[in-house]
Design a protein around this ligand. Structure first.
Ligand code: GDP
Length: 227
């Protein structure tokens, strides 16, 4: 499968007025700082340094949009999890995140979690934020785990997400989970397929034959490492 040869940085959003037009389809990427979000984005998009843009000075605290091709976008959310974020910054994001969630274009959330860590409260809060949109969890850095550890990580994440989905806090979110490594490229094709599925124009109005989203968390295919 090819990458996204025409992917390019589109713009950084720091205020409500700066969002791109709410047309087409977009998918959000979020995760704790250092979870491997930039590496995952670069691997999935097949562009070695694209997401580095989000790490350039002045942009790390913004919503960074990338255009894959006309009408299909990725929105890279600021990494979270470090207490250093000031109250002022946090208050600045909230309206942006609230607006993003309301956008008709938003098709789903890729949640980036280090496979060696538990799915944390902040990750679940993001699922809560995204409300009814589907969530796909990438358990990154899977190359740092052996087979049984990886299987355990997958199972544990599925369990946590099932609990989250069963709580009243989280809406009818569809969650899928997979192992991922930007280093070995395990799971890259699977993640691309999910992204493409969500960005399909047909997904816009519902009733897509390729839909079939389930409410229960599950793996969208255990990576066997046969690559
Ligand atoms: P971000 O802060 O979430 O965007 O994380 P980065 O993509 O910048 O990655 C944080 C660190 O983890 C860097 O040192 C990466 O080289 C490393 N890293 C990211 N993905 C992987 C992976 O799949 N495997 C391994 N072994 N290291 C990774």
């Amino acid at each position: 499968m090819t990458g996204f040869a025409h992917a390019r940085f589109l713009l950084s959003v720091a205020s409500l007025a700066q969002f791109p037009l709410d047309r087409g389809a977009e998918v959000a990427f979020a995760g704790r700082s250092n979870a491997g979000k930039s590496s995952a984005l670069n691997a999935i998009l097949g562009r070695s340094a694209l997401a580095r843009t989000s790490k350039t000075p002045g942009r790390t605290r913004l919503l960074n949009y990338f255009e894959l091709d006309t009408g299909r976008r990725i929105v890279d959310l600021p990494g979270y999890g470090y207490a250093r974020v000031s109250e002022r910054e946090r208050l600045g994001w909230e309206p942006l995140l609230a607006r993003l969630r309301e956008r008709r274009s938003l098709r789903g959330l890729f949640l980036i979690v280090d496979a060696r860590r538990e799915v944390a409260a902040l990750d679940l809060a993001l699922m809560d934020w995204v409300d009814s949109a589907p969530v796909h969890v990438l358990l990154t850095k899977a190359d740092k785990l052996n087979r049984s550890e990886a299987a355990r990580s997958l199972k544990s994440a599925q369990g946590t997400l099932a609990e989250g989905a069963g709580s009243s806090r989280v809406g009818p979110t569809t969650t899928t989970v997979q192992l991922f490594s930007a280093v070995t490229r395990e799971g890259v094709d699977e993640a691309r397929l999910k992204l493409l599925e969500w960005l399909e124009p047909a997904a816009a109005g519902g009733g897509s034959a390729s839909g079939g989203h389930k409410k229960t968390p599950g793996t969208s295919g255990e990576a066997t490492g046969a690559d």
